[in-house]
Design a protein around this ligand. Structure first.
Ligand code: PMP
Length: 394
């Protein structure tokens, strides 16, 4: 009997395994590791939000919802976006509630791309982008962002990467893994470029609230963009609700309808208890969110300063909860750095190449970890970097 692998679709067997997953299988087998590897808040979901889920359960809300999501949640999303950074979206037909931004992203790619279409996106980027594009039988076209620019998108570099066949521009600002943000002016230029090249923009703004200087500018709100942008957002990061699995997509009704068809035949609807909790977060969760953001900001100041003191180059991330230090001064590559740091000092960070080839020479260190543990992690990293610089081993 031949191997069962022969049954696997070619475009799936060709996908690389996530670099993060491989690495964290090693971490899981070790004891006393301080992990700066995880991409989720260390905070437990605010109590009033958990209570909303409990209350929904008490009231027997245990059924399917509309495929689009409950109308109450869609109204809350519409009001929330209008209040914060997005344009206004009609709850009736311009908003789709999904199982995390993960599902929204998958739906957008599957509903909009034909085989062979090209997708422009900036790199280093979230681990799902390239595989998501490939799973939709489309072609990834990565565009590098650089530490010198604090990983902001340079419109010139983006424009130069365009080739015929590019249909979608996929953006993530603030960016996982770099914390990169992009000012309004270059964003406006990117918007004009999208109009000129007739690109559809998928804008993953999951870290929008976690912008540390100024306020987040949503691409969907810039001139000419509303009709060609799908704004993806969710409650996982800003409200510490990763386990609830609620995201949403907003955009022109025709595109939301196309995504809804894929959603209807695959996921059907997001869990009702989670939808009720998300509604509570969006309507009454602002104070909790601001308190968490304050903590992230305090932690950002700590890790950036400590990385620099340890001799690692580190730009100041403008948003999200990741630092992305340059480890080239140690003479190690990102994988060696991460592996040796783990073995010798029991601190886990993610090699930058897990986020694409442009992450070479960098590692991602999440500061969604308690302040005291971060101090201890920084002490260990400093000791490690000093030892490596002196040519030492464990
Ligand atoms: N987009 C980005 C940029 C992310 O970092 C993440 C989670 N790490 C997601 C999407 C998916 O988030 P969720 O499915 O929990 O909404």
């Amino acid at each position: 009997m031949a191997e069962p692998e022969r049954f696997i679709a070619r475009h799936v067997s060709g996908l690389p395994r996530s670099g993060i997953r491989d690495f964290f299988e090693v971490v899981a087998k070790m004891r006393d590791v301080i992990s700066l590897g995880i991409g989720e808040p260390d905070f437990v979901t605010p109590w009033h939000v958990r209570e909303a889920a409990i209350y929904a359960l008490e009231r027997g809300r245990t059924h399917y919802t509309s495929n689009l999501g409950t109308i109450e949640l869609r109204r809350a999303i519409s009001a929330y976006l209008a209040r914060h950074f997005g344009p206004e979206y009609r709850p009736e037909d311009e908003i789709l509630v999904t199982v995390g931004v993960s599902e929204a992203l998958d739906l957008a790619l599957r509903a909009l791309l034909n085989p062979g279409d090209k997708v422009l996106y900036h790199q280093p980027c979230y681990v799902s982008y390239m595989p998501g594009i490939r799973l939709a039988h489309a072609e990834p076209v990565p565009v590098a962002t650089r530490a010198e620019d604090c990983f902001a998108i340079d419109p010139e570099v983006l424009e130069a990467a365009w080739t015929p066949g590019c249909k979608v521009l996929l953006l993530n600002l603030p960016c996982n893994p770099t914390g990169g943000v992009t000012d309004r002016e270059p964003l406006e230029r990117i918007a004009r470029f999208a109009v000129e090249k007739d690109l559809l923009v998928i804008s993953d703004e999951i870290y929008g609230e976690l912008t540390f200087e100024g306020t987040h500018v949503s691409l969907a709100g810039l001139p000419g963009m509303r009709d060609r942008t799908l704004l993806l957002h969710g409650v996982s990061k800003a409200f510490a609700m990763t386990g609830f699995r609620i995201g949403y997509a907003c955009g022109p009704a025709a595109l939301i309808e196309a995504m809804m068809k894929v959603h209807q035949y695959s996921m059907m609807c997001a869990p009702i208890l989670s939808q009720d909790a998300a509604r509570e977060a969006l309507t009454r969760g602002e104070d909790s969110m601001l308190r968490m953001r304050e903590q992230y900001l305090r932690r950002r100041e700590l890790v950036v300063r400590r990385f620099r003191e340890a001799g690692l180059g580190c730009h100041t991330p403008g948003g999200a909860f990741y630092a992305f230090p340059d480890i080239r001064s140690t003479g190690l590559d990102e994988r060696q750095f991460a592996l040796r740091l783990l073995e010798e000092e029991k601190v886990a960070v993610v090699p930058g190449t897990a986020f694409g080839a442009d992450g070479a020479g960098f590692v991602r260190a999440s500061f969604a970890t308690g302040y005291d543990r971060l101090i201890e992690a920084c002490d260990r990293i400093e000791r490690f970097a000093g030892r490596v610089a002196a040519g030492g081993m464990a």
